[in-house]
Design a binder for this molecule. Structure first.
Ligand SMILES: Cc1cc2nc3c(=O)[nH]c(=O)nc-3n(C[C@H](O)[C@H](O)[C@H](O)COP(=O)(O)OP(=O)(O)OC[C@H]3O[C@@H](n4cnc5c(N)ncnc54)[C@H](O)[C@@H]3O)c2cc1C
Length: 423
């Protein structure tokens, strides 16, 4: 079926919710077997969490390269309609015949935008940069990496501000449309793939580890942005308290994971993510001491070779121990990591410039608006063979890395084709 649109109603074969690597893959794969898809993404950009990584294991290459290939395949694909700034309001019907109400947020900028950037240059209004986890500010009119379409977006909270007029006046292309309102679109789809991915576990809940209390305790997702060239410090990893260089850094594995009081499961990627981040530090600070506190190092398959390589570095120290407490040193903003060896019970204390909490992945699907018969497992991931007929892909199904998310997304399309075949 080709996509057909009339007024605010779209008819398609497959609705894909979530424009991360899993959702993008699913939409492209569906189109390559001749099926139409509508891809819905809540942010103004595609790529999900992967777009916010500095490099990704196992190759340590910039993830944007791979994402851009998919992005281009979507841009010139008339079988896929991409709707960003869009979320699902409600789903009714059943496999073969779903009716889905979508809510589209205003961008305040229309297709006349050439992304020339003149509006951003004159903009005096700022907002916390969500892409960088609030670690810096961005302008109220901005163009995120992987923006889809590749144009600017403006903040709803600022467009009515008198100072915003300067941005509008700077535009030579009549691209501002400040009267835009949120609108509803109805999609009739025969199958639904759910790929809404993950959010980091809220480190503020780990009150023994000092996140939010001590400036030099950060999380693994913050570390990705600190190391990224388009991050808050233009790629230089600096201590948040004083912007000083890092000479001694501690990675705290299983920060909240495999813990009945927080996330009972292992996210499967955090060990490899921290090993990867040791390489960011090593590249910038050849003499820095790096300490990894772990319960078990879990690097399945080929990632074991990566672990072996990192382990060979004489200044990277692995400590078998669960970090029970982090406190601040009395005369500096250094942090003291108190760890208990999980085999001997011995307690150790080590002072670091910076601590990085390796927090796990929480499935967004645990709180998404789904029909009542959509079942989740005990941890909040979407159950396979779901009674609702909704098909999960990527981290909506289970905590996995990119390679597995891509395979999972391809598999989800086969399940969707079976739904189409039966209807
Ligand atoms: C610190 C860290 C580092 C990592 N590094 C690596 C690495 O180097 N290599 C690797 O292979 N893996 C890595 N991973 C794992 C990797 O991030 C995941 O495998 C990947 O993000 C899974 O993609 P996804 O599409 O399933 O989910 P996501 O990347 O989370 O994408 C989901 C998309 O859905 C959108 N969305 C969410 N809710 C809604 C909604 N209600 N409506 C519409 N859209 C919605 C989101 O905005 C997002 O765009 C790392 C994980 C962590 C925690």
């Amino acid at each position: 079926m080709d996509i057909s649109a009339s007024g605010d109603r779209i008819t398609t074969d497959i609705l894909v919710v979530g424009g991360g690597i899993a959702g993008m893959t699913a939409a492209i794969e569906a189109s390559e077997v001749g099926k139409s898809a509508v891809l819905v993404e809540k942010e103004p950009y595609l790529g999900g969490r992967v777009a916010r990584m500095n490099q990704y294991f196992p190759k340590l290459c910039p993830p944007i390269c791979g994402l851009e290939i998919n992005y281009k395949r979507l841009r010139c694909n008339d079988q896929v309609k991409v709707l960003t700034l869009t979320t699902v309001e409600s789903i009714s019907g059943k496999p073969g015949n779903y009716e889905v109400k979508l809510l589209v947020q205003p961008r305040y900028i229309n297709d006349n935008c050439t992304a020339c950037g003149e509006c951003e240059k004159v903009c005096t209004l700022e907002a916390p940069n969500d892409f960088n986890l609030g670690m810096n500010q961005r302008k109220a009119v901005y163009k995120p990496e992987m923006a889809f379409p590749p144009i600017y977006t403006a903040d709803a909270t600022h467009v009515k501000n008198a100072a915003f007029k300067a941005c509008v006046d700077a535009c030579k292309y009549d691209a501002f449309d400040l009267d835009q309102e949120p609108c509803t679109i109805t999609v009739n789809a025969r199958a639904i793939i759910w790929a809404t991915g993950w959010s980091p576990y809220d480190a503020l809940k780990l009150d023994n580890l000092g996140f939010g209390k001590y400036k030099n305790v950060i999380t693994n997702v913050m570390m990705e942005r600190l190391a990224a060239a388009d991050g808050p410090s233009a790629g230089k990893i600096l201590r948040p308290s004083d912007q000083a260089a890092i000479m001694k850094i501690g990675f705290v594995q299983c920060a909240g994971s495999r813990d009945e009081n927080h996330l009972p499961y292992c996210s499967g990627v955090c060990c490899s993510a921290s090993l990867k981040q040791t390489q960011y530090v090593r590249e910038q600070y050849p003499d820095a001491e790096i300490h990894i506190f772990y319960i078990d190092i879990r690097t399945p398959g080929r990632l074991e070779d990566f672990y072996t390589k990192v382990d060979a570095d004489e200044k990277i120290f692995f400590h078998r121990g669960k970090v029970a407490e982090i406190r601040e040193a009395p005369d500096s903003n250094n942090v003291i990591l108190v760890a208990e060896n999980t085999l001997t019970g011995a307690i150790s204390e080590m002072e670091m410039d910076l601590a990085v909490l390796a927090t796990g992945m929480v499935p967004n699907v645990s709180t998404d608006k789904l029909p009542q018969d959509a079942k989740r497992d005990d941890w909040g991931f979407l159950l396979a063979n779901n009674p609702s007929g909704i098909i999960g892909a990527g981290v909506a199904n289970r905590p996995i890395d990119v390679a597995n998310a891509v395979q999972d997304a391809t598999g989800s399309v086969l399940r969707a084709l079976q739904t189409l075949q039966r209807s």
